[in-house]
Write a protein that binds this ligand. Sequence first.
Ligand SMILES: *Cc1c(COP(=O)(O)O)cnc(C)c1O
Length: 228
Amino acid sequence: MADLATNIANVRARIRAAAERGGRRADDVLLVAVTKTVDAARVRDAAALGLRTFGENRVQEAREKIPAVSGVSWHLIGSLQRNKAKEAVRLFDVLESVDSEALAEELSRRAVEQERAVDVLIQVNVAREPQKHGASPEEAAAVVRRTAVLPGLRLRGLMTIAPAVSDPDEVRPVFRALRELRENLQRVLGAALPELSMGMSEDFEVAIEEGATMVRIGRAIFADRSQT
Ligand SMILES: *Cc1c(COP(=O)(O)O)cnc(C)c1O
């Protein structure tokens, strides 16, 4: 648990420094600790060390892990099939990967059925990578407009996954583009989109400098350096 405590402290210090460079406070950036492939015992350790928000990218993996850790909240960060919508609504507090009107409609139906209200982000494939999920920047407006009026869903903002690059400064334009898209959509649609989920282990500092309010960090927290 000592390495976990060190990793968390390092990540928090780097978040704080990046927030200050962007003229914001560290409290304005939510750390979502990504626990894919991490077992429930280690997630409980991380919770004991003060982490409160966790992210999983697959419903199947989350199904047993989520009930095994109490007192924390969970974000779904991976692509979601419509046939898993019911379970996703039951398990997660925030769904970060909504990328179509059809998926939003199914999630709304399930949320109403379960008498739940779920926070939702619209995932945008800013860099237009063919292998990645997410609405295109052009499609995003329609998904935002539809999601904003669906019962059971609380639209909170936008999410993106930047391309993997060796120098994180190369993806600064991707983060900047998501922020500008958010500003456009707020102006044109009058939708409130306060959250921007962007930045992972390799690029979260640049994302924060460009306005991220949520960063999704896995390896920088959970990687065991002695094994890599
Ligand atoms: C795995 C994953 C992350 C975390 O990636 P790391 O490089 O381990 O920090 C963030 N977002 C999504 C969507 C992921 O699948």
